[in-house]
Design a protein around this ligand. Structure first.
Ligand SMILES: [Zn+2]
Length: 209
């Protein structure tokens, strides 16, 4: 599968799962010196691999591009520049993670699955969508992690591959939902200690072997 085919398949899966309300969200995969990214304002259901836009490291679309790149291309470009190990970025406005982001709260370590993100998920400071300021805030809050919430906006999941970033985007939504459910039930989550998290991380490493 080409990167463009992978992106369309992943975007349509996210959309069908209700993770991309009102055509929101954007996905990209690193390619050469730049990356390939979903176009601006095109419904996912009608998107084809020919609609995916190739851009250079500065987000400039290659000549003859079918559309403008997603308005959030700066965020993708900034992540690739800062994190050489990252090969794919998934940004969503998935409902539960976005709800939590509107309280400007991250996901604390109440469940060991936060380890999929590299640890507790932070919430980046607020900045207007599509701006370099948002890209900067996102990269800062993403330090040593593979997921981050964007204040009053949504979530970002990254990975070495699009498959990994997609899996993490769904897990971030799941964890945010569980955390909100706990809070809505009036329960105070008991957070895992550093030691408990370290033990779970060791078990993960063992399990992955
Ligand atoms: Zn967004």
């Amino acid at each position: 599968m080409s990167h463009a085919e992978e992106i369309v398949a992943a975007a349509q899966r996210l959309d069908a799962a209700g993770m991309m309300p009102s055509k929101s969200g954007n996905l990209s995969v690193r390619e050469g010196e730049g990356f390939v990214i979903t176009p601006a304002a095109l419904p996912y259901a009608q998107m084809t691999p020919a609609d995916i836009v190739a851009v250079d490291a500065d987000g400039i679309a290659v000549e003859g591009a079918p559309h403008r790149p997603s308005s959030e291309w700066r965020l993708h470009a900034a992540i690739y520049a800062a994190r050489p190990e990252i090969g794919a970025v998934v940004h969503t406005h998935s409902p539960r993670a976005t709800a939590l982001s509107c309280a400007r709260r991250g996901i604390p370590p109440f469940h060991y699955m936060v380890l999929l993100a590299g640890g507790p998920v932070r919430c980046a400071g607020h900045a207007t969508f599509g701006t370099a300021a948002l890209a900067k805030a996102c990269v800062a809050a993403l330090a040593d992690r593979r997921a981050v919430l964007l204040a009053n906006h949504g979530s970002v999941a990254v990975g070495a591959t699009l498959k990994a970033a997609l899996t993490l985007a769904f897990e971030v939504e799941n964890l945010a939902g569980q955390y909100l459910d706990l809070r809505a039930a009036g329960l105070k989550p008991v957070l895992l200690t550093k030691k408990e998290l370290a033990e779970a991380a060791a078990q993960f490493a063992d399990y992955g072997r």
